[in-house]
Design a protein. Structure first.
Length: 557
């Protein structure tokens, strides 16, 4: 039909979502093999949901959400995996001589005609999000194929040492392909961790996405040994050692993106549990502007990291984004006129122009010993991955007092309690007052999904909370749940921070061992933006929810 050949860009202009000028700019930036919709998504001029709604309304093409869709798996034999991947489509259902197919681009007439000729059915296109289709293809084409092939293998196949070696090393082996698909699936889902959990009668594969663990699939128990062995081979671990924990590292290119994975194995009563931490190297060295700092906090943070000496501490629990903030600060400070050296455990991201040292307990290379060695290397700026003991903090303080800028992390609840923690570690208050320039406390919270976020009225308890912090609010954003966010209402994370600048008057309070309440009162008087305040500002901006902020920040009575 003629209407179906109308350009997507024109439909978006007619719908008032973009202007003619924005469309022209996107067309200029578009490469030959790129769709205009992809360019507009990259520029964040529209969301995927808006694209789908325009096509659904303007062309009368139905939209399918594939989350928990009851697929007819017998139809997958009609469309080969290569065709499904190339054209980003998946079969949904069959009615008489009609085959309903979910597509990212339902106006791709060439793909539709090819399907009609190859299947013999009249093709009825429907719209689905790219993420939905990618996940469905991975789950029903890729993983199902590999699982079926492994299931066909008899238990005796892997009893011989040589047979097992072949199964876990050959790139054409179904075990290898299955593990590759599990890794690819996690990366596509933006997971930070993969958990392979052995149970009594199955293996659970769980992904941690936006800080929340969710079960991705359950695998048959008989696959446990070969999957574990394959993971160990990738990380150069001892596949014969099953009774002791092991740690390693995997480096792979996935879809032309370098991905670094830290792996740890732990013996449990049902076999070895495996956890992989995924470090996407394309996101290394983030700009400070992209970390979610409020303008006021960013100004304070930049002022303390640009001082020639002193200690700057990033605090928070595990998984609060401390390392990302440290790397972003190093990226901001990296210059040919300064010598930057780091001592880390492990080195997560490799930064060009920076000398990075790996802690190695086996050779005696601890944080304290490495820091002493670094000081002999004429550094201007030193990054210590974590302050764990009195010895390390004493060397760091000595370094800061001799004219070095030291950046490090510490596990504390907030910025002010960090001062107490340092004193409890055995550091004299006068040394804390002299050496520490500033403390940043940080947490990660989930962002409201852009596709399903809608304004809602504020509850009485929220109004009361905002009123107590001297703020007013009329509407909050909450996600209703959609396939894009796996029905959670959240997609992506951002940081909330408090930045405590240790000025001369605060140094005097620390020096005279004043109570932390006195220090807090002075910080409030100076206008310090605490975690709760920073979080509530972001709720007011519509990027997160009050529930997320209360999950990570304490409310003072």
């Amino acid at each position: 039909m003629k209407v179906q050949r109308k350009r997507l860009g024109d439909l978006l202009v007619e719908a008032g979502l973009i202007t003619e000028r924005q469309l022209e700019a996107a067309l200029l930036d578009k490469t030959v093999d790129q769709r205009i919709g992809d360019v507009l998504l990259q520029k964040e001029l529209v969301t995927e949901r808006q694209l789908i709604e325009v096509l659904e309304f303007q062309l009368g093409i139905p939209h399918y959400r594939l989350y928990q869709y009851p697929f007819d798996t017998t139809l997958f034999s009609l469309i080969p995996k290569e065709v499904a991947k190339r054209n980003e489509l998946i079969p949904l259902k069959k009615e008489r001589n009609k085959l309903f197919v979910a597509m990212v681009d339902p106006m791709d007439m060439i793909a539709i005609e090819d399907l009609r000729l190859s299947t013999g059915f009249q093709i009825e296109p429907a719209i689905a999000s790219r993420q939905d289709i990618t996940q469905a293809i991975t789950k029903y084409y890729d993983l199902s194929e590999e699982i079926e092939e492994i299931s066909e293998e008899t238990a005796s196949t892997f009893t011989g040492r040589e047979s097992l070696e072949d199964a876990i090393r050959s790139e054409n082996s179904p075990v290898v392909r299955l593990v590759n698909q599990l890794l690819l699936g996690a990366i596509n889902e933006r997971a930070s961790d993969i958990h392979i959990d052995p149970q009594e009668s199955a293996i659970l594969v769980r992904y941690r996405v936006d800080g929340q663990l969710r079960t991705e699939r359950s695998l048959p128990k008989h696959m446990q040994n070969v999957i574990t062995a394959r993971m160990k081979i990738l990380a150069n671990l001892n596949i014969t050692e099953t009774r002791a924990p092991q740690d390693g590292r995997i480096k792979k290119n996935v879809n032309s993106r370098p991905v670094d994975m830290r792996i740890s194995t732990l013996p449990t009563v049902f076999g070895e549990k495996i956890v992989l931490r995924i470090l996407d190297l394309t996101h290394a060295g983030n700009d400070l502007e992209l970390l979610g700092f409020e303008a006021e906090n960013l100004r304070h943070f930049r002022s303390i990291i640009q001082r020639p000496s002193g200690i700057v501490l990033i605090t928070g629990p595990t998984g609060s984004g401390k390392s990302s903030t440290l790397y972003a600060a190093l990226h901001d400070l990296n210059d040919t006129t300064v010598n930057i050296m780091t001592i880390e455990d492990p080195v997560e991201y490799q930064l060009e122009g920076i000398n990075q040292i790996q802690v190695n307990q086996a050779t005696g290379m601890t944080f304290a010993k490495g820091l002493r060695a670094v000081l002999r290397g004429d550094p201007n700026i030193i990054m210590v991955g974590e302050i764990r003991d009195k010895e390390t903090v004493e060397v760091a303080i000595r370094a800061s007092l001799t004219g070095h800028l030291v950046l490090s992390t510490l596990h504390t609840n907030d910025a002010i309690s960090t001062i107490v923690r340092l004193v409890n570690m055995g550091v004299e208050p006068f040394l804390v007052a002299s050496a520490v320039s500033g403390i940043v406390s940080q947490r990660l919270v989930r962002k409201v999904c852009r596709d399903c976020g809608e304004p809602e009225s504020v509850s009485p308890s929220e109004l009361d909370l905002f009123h107590k912090r001297g703020m007013t609010i009329h509407k909050v954003m909450r996600g209703k749940g959609c396939p894009s966010c796996n029905m959670t209402g959240y997609k992506g994370r951002l940081a909330v921070q408090e930045v405590l600048v240790i000025d001369d008057e605060m140094k005097q309070l620390i020096l005279h061992k004043e109570s932390m309440n006195t220090v807090r009162e002075y910080a409030i008087k100076k206008g310090t933006l605490f975690l709760l305040d920073d979080g509530l500002r972001k709720v007011k901006q519509g990027v997160t929810t009050t529930e997320e902020i209360l999950r990570v920040a304490m409310v003072e009575e």
